[in-house]
Design a protein around this ligand. Structure first.
Ligand SMILES: C[S@@+](CC[C@H](N)C(=O)[O-])C[C@H]1O[C@@H](n2cnc3c(N)ncnc32)[C@H](O)[C@@H]1O
Length: 276
């Protein structure tokens, strides 16, 4: 039976469901976010012909398709807000200072990891700016990008965007790197080919096993959704994944304060970088 409006989640169901989400993604929902789960999941429950969260939780725990459903659930509950050239000062600093520093230390090839890449705007912004700086064909730079959400990764691989992804991007960059087709913007295939996407859960200590070590990690605007225990785990993984020296960029509202003392914090004017 299709229910009009959202399906309400009871307190005990909310506790159980948020634990399931937390254990598989580290995303923690406070009690005030109950409505968010109701809004985002009602349609899915209706597709499965459930009219209570109790039935859905049972399905998630015991159905033969529980693994596939977990993926669908995470695709529905993650917040994937992103756009091109977001917090650009960090990328400019990477290009003008970090990469020359690495080169001065004898590095011949550099590996960058966009570790919660959403639909790819962050990683492609790096590729565009590296190309603008003439670095893409002058030295060996690899860009890897991962996210837990398989749906946004598909968008990333297609490289087709809507105007909402271009807030504040200079029109000459849009004209140079995208082909407009109706309301869509298709990324230049040469830039698209510079980024390798894969699914990766930051909670897994093996998340970086696809490439091994990185010189520069971007993990922006995702730690805010994690609790302290998960943040500590993820930062420990980054510390192991980074080469020495290695550079970590977080979102503007994120910090390593009380999370790790293994990094040296450097304020470069336009933002902060953490050095291993
Ligand atoms: C708000 S977006 C940030 C995108 C981009 N880094 C930026 O700053 O514009 C957060 C991303 O983190 C991803 N995410 C959430 N939990 C994750 C986890 N445990 N492992 C990997 N990615 C995760 C979400 O799917 C989402 O795409």
């Amino acid at each position: 039976m299709i229910q009009i409006g959202t399906i309400k989640i009871k307190d005990d169901e909310f506790v159980e469901l948020k634990d399931i989400i937390y254990n598989s993604s580290a995303i923690s929902f406070s009690d005030s976010k109950k409505y968010l789960l109701e809004n985002r999941l009602t349609k899915r429950l209706q597709e499965l012909n459930f009219n209570s969260f109790k039935d859905y939780i049972y399905y998630l725990k015991y159905n033969v398709k529980k693994k596939e459903e977990m993926e669908i659930l995470l695709n529905l509950v993650t917040i994937n807000e992103t756009y091109f050239l977001r917090e650009r000062a960090q990328m400019d600093y990477m290009i003008k200072t970090v990469i020359p520093e690495l080169q001065a230390k004898g590095k011949r090839s550099i590996r960058i990891w966009s570790s919660a890449s959403s639909s790819g705007e962050e990683a492609y912004s790096m590729a565009i700016l590296l190309n603008e700086a003439g670095l893409l064909n002058r030295m060996s730079i690899e860009i890897y990008a991962s996210d837990i959400n398989t749906e946004v990764l598909e968008t990333a691989k297609q490289g087709i965007y809507r105007s909402v992804s271009f807030r504040g991007v200079p029109p000459q960059i849009v004209d140079k790197y995208f082909t407009k087709d109706g309301f869509s913007f298709k990324l230049d295939p040469l830039i698209a080919s510079q980024v390798k996407f894969f699914q990766g859960n930051l909670l897994s200590p093996l998340v970086a096993s696809k490439f091994g070590k990185a010189d520069i990690i971007f993990c922006r605007n995702v730690l805010i959704y994690f609790d302290m225990e998960a943040k500590i785990k993820v930062i420990e993984t980054f510390h192991k994944t980074l080469n020495d020296p290695g550079y970590l960029f977080l979102g503007h509202s994120e910090t390593l304060n009380k999370i790790s003392d293994k990094f040296q914090m450097k304020n470069f004017g336009g933002g902060i970088v953490y050095l291993k």
